[in-house]
Design a protein around this ligand. Structure first.
Ligand code: OMP
Length: 272
């Protein structure tokens, strides 16, 4: 099943727009888990078991695994395998923000789609369409292109006016018009900038938007939902990491993660 179909199925089944970000920083996971083998994988599996009926996707961020070398990569692989086997209906988005010249991208894509077997990846657009063909050619995968990011300094480049338009809007236009030949492109827009989110939504109409920034980064949920929904009242993946997975550092961490996920999913559904 291709990424978008899988996403739609999981979102409908679980009635959820919520993606749980598996940003399982080894320094922040409960100390009683941290002592065993591949603690990040042990932690993730418990979070996944507690939330799998409440989400539309999972998004592990590669940074938190790479920082721990081979054990981190093994934990990431073990997490992806676990989700794929136990919850095959739920798509995995690898947050890796890759993109380089073509030959290098083949290596990145092979790691994500060949080795980890994830359903989607995040990439940045800076090198242009020709270079990211190595990702776009995977028709059945989701390719999330950074468009307007959630960080404070996002505007330094992304808001620069070129031909009377901010750069992030040109990214949205190009991805929609020139990059999306295989209908597998999507955009990343931060919840911390609802006005920019609305502007992107006007450009891409029905395209799926990955929207991080709710929770720890303080994005406004109501403004995000009203700005991000498409004409079918769909088209959003609302991703939150720390406020869910680190809701408790005690034995009840998975239970608390479930509560936070449920709270967010219900709050979103109440606004639609
Ligand atoms: P929390 O702030 O803990 O919910 O984590 C946000 C996650 O989303 C992190 O993994 C970030 O790397 C990622 N993210 C952003 O925070 N801002 C962006 O603009 C884009 C992303 C992303 O691509 O997911």
């Amino acid at each position: 099943m291709d990424f978008q179909k899988k996403l739609e199925y999981a979102a409908n089944k679980n009635k959820s727009f919520v993606c749980v970000g598996l940003d399982s920083n080894l320094d922040l996971i409960p100390s009683f888990i941290n002592k065993g083998k591949l603690p990040q994988a042990v932690f993730n599996k418990k979070i996944v078991d507690a939330t799998a009926d409440l989400v539309c996707a999972y998004k592990p961020n590669a940074a938190f695994y790479e920082q721990n070398g081979s054990d981190g990569i093994a934990a990431l692989k073990s997490t992806c395998d676990y989700i794929r086997k136990r919850y095959p209906e739920i798509p995995i988005i690898l947050d890796a923000k890759r993109a380089d010249i073509d030959s290098t991208n083949n290596g990145y894509a092979e790691f994500a789609f060949g080795y980890l077997k994830v359903d989607a990846i995040t990439i940045h657009p800076y090198l242009g369409r020709e270079s990211v063909e190595s990702f776009l050619k995977y028709r059945e995968k989701g390719i999330f292109v950074l468009c307007r990011t959630s960080n404070q300094g996002a505007g330094e480049f992304q808001d620069l006016i070129i031909n009377k338009k901010p750069l992030y809007q040109i990214v949205a236009e190009n991805v929609a018009k020139r990059w999306n030949k295989n209908n597998n492109c999507m955009l990343v827009v931060g919840a911390t900038y609802p006005d920019e989110l609305r502007a992107v939504r006007k450009i891409v109409k029905d395209m799926i938007l990955l929207i991080p920034g709710i929770g720890a980064q303080g994005g406004d949920l109501k403004k995000t939902i009203y700005s991000g929904l498409n004409s079918k009242k769909k088209g959003m993946i609302i991703s939150s990491s720390r406020s869910i997975i680190f809701a408790s550092k005690n034995k009840d961490f998975a239970e608390k993660a479930r509560l936070e996920t449920k709270k967010l999913a219900e709050a979103i559904n109440a606004l639609i």
